[in-house]
Design a protein around this ligand. Structure first.
Ligand SMILES: NC(=O)c1ccc[n+]([C@@H]2O[C@H](COP(=O)([O-])OP(=O)(O)OC[C@H]3O[C@@H](n4cnc5c(N)ncnc54)[C@H](OP(=O)(O)O)[C@@H]3O)[C@@H](O)[C@H]2O)c1
Length: 389
């Protein structure tokens, strides 16, 4: 828990045993050397009365409470069919009851943050950890509930962490987990940087891990779940991207512009249908992509798909303005054809092609004045046409 008044940093560390180990004592000494005041309390987070008494100290013997990080955990792995109620209780209590106590006791306080440490096992599952996954799923739900009530809330579903914590003390479990998930463990420095970023962006929650999606698909049956469709599609495209955009350039050589337009429009409809999960025949090329049901995340997906399939860049910002498929097609064809011309034509044509491409790329930011300056220079046949990217 972080307490303090304007600028002062005061860390209150609460666990059942307090600072018992040499490792904990050394970490506290490092913090104090950096000017952080540290108070260690031996409090069980599931013990409401003990926690109330700790909270009574904030604003009196301790500075006011500014934020909470809940990281308490107890493990008791085992197959679900053999799991006793006691094992469930042992693992659920520090997360579920502990977080609920902190949530309720801070309800009337104005906190800057309330962070709940979860685990990527809520995204992929993990054999033998049904109790742990359930406990973490509760924390993620609590973060969402807090935010919907206007309170700060962030959950971070961490992947394995290399140098501190449970897995650092249990090397074999860490290695087994990494090879099962095809992932690399994060360092605590990387993890804390991500935490900082998520807090700065006022994010609701995120899974943070370093992993190979291809390995994960091979190793984890749960990676086939429909919720990972987007990752699968992006990965498949990434592999085929270069081939696709080279193919298209070869294909359009010698084609009439109308044929290029028809082909691009068809391919675009397929991409959009896939993103919107609609049959292609339901896609009307004269309707705005927003009317078709595309949201901003899907817009980013479409921008990536366009870059992958056609090798041309399309700002997601331009897509968020709701162009029709006909209009997007025109922009893609303009870029494809101008690039083609630029390869073969004279200097003026190459410059014109460059201007067109720049205008396409920066449609939302290209100032009128700049466009006029370039056009005028081109008209005069000036060789001093500089495009600043
Ligand atoms: N380490 C990783 O690779 C990793 C990966 C994914 C997620 N996470 C999450 O990150 C968090 C921290 O994990 P960690 O590896 O740092 O675990 P850890 O080293 O085992 O630390 C857990 C802490 O929880 C405290 N605790 C347990 N029960 C408590 C209770 N009832 N009341 C108060 N404190 C209690 C323990 O102290 P006492 O025993 O003295 O109470 C201990 O200090 C957990 O939420 C975990 O799920 C960690």
């Amino acid at each position: 828990m972080l307490a303090g008044r304007a600028g002062a940093r005061h860390l209150v560390l609460a666990s059942r045993s307090g600072a018992r180990t040499d490792e904990a004592k050394a970490a506290i000494a490092r913090l104090e050397a950096e000017g952080v005041a540290v108070t260690v309390k031996a409090v069980d987070v599931t013990d409401r009365v003990a926690l109330e008494s700790l909270f009574a100290g904030f604003g009196s013997e301790l500075p006011p409470l500014r934020g909470v990080i809940h990281a308490a955990v107890v493990f008791d792995d085992g197959l679900l069919r053999n799991m006793e109620k006691a094992s469930l209780d042992r693992v659920l209590a520090p997360k579920l009851l502990g977080a609920l106590n902190l949530h309720e006791l801070t309800a009337s306080l104005e906190l800057d943050f309330f962070v709940l440490y979860s685990s990527v096992t809520t995204f992929f599952g993990n054999p033998g950890q049904a109790n742990y996954v359930a406990a973490n799923a509760y924390l993620e739900a609590l973060a969402r509930k807090r935010r919907s009530a206007g309170l700060p809330g962030l959950y971070v579903a961490w992947g394995a962490i290399d140098d501190v914590g449970f897995l650092a003390r249990n090397e074999e479990i860490k290695e087994a987990l990494q090879s099962r998930m095809g992932s690399e463990a994060l360092t605590s420095t990387e993890a804390l940087k991500m935490l900082q970023l998520l807090l700065a962006q006022d994010c609701a929650g995120a899974a943070v891990m370093d992993f190979s999606w291809r390995d994960m698909q091979r190793l984890m049956p749960s990676a086939q779940a429909p919720k990972f469709d987007l990752l699968r599609r992006l990965d498949a495209r990434h592999g085929d991207d270069e081939e696709d955009s080279d193919d298209i350039r070869t294909l359009i050589v010698g084609m009439a512009p109308e044929q290029v337009t028809e082909m691009v429009s068809g391919m675009l409809c397929d991409e959009i249908a896939q993103i919107l999960r609609l049959p292609t025949e339901k896609i009307d090329i004269n309707q705005s992509v927003l009317e078709l049901g595309m949201d901003s995340l899907m817009g980013v997906e479409l921008a990536l798909a366009i870059e992958g399939r056609f090798g041309v860049s399309m700002p997601a910002m331009a897509l968020s303005q709701g162009p029709t498929i006909t209009r997007i097609t025109e922009r893609i064809v303009a870029q494809l054809c101008h690039e083609d011309d630029a390869g073969a034509g004279d200097t003026a044509t190459q410059a014109a092609g460059q201007v067109a491409r720049m205008a396409e790329r920066h449609a939302s930011t290209f100032s009128e004045e700049e466009a006029q300056r370039i056009a005028a220079a081109l008209e005069k046949g000036s060789s001093d046409v500089r495009l600043v990217q």
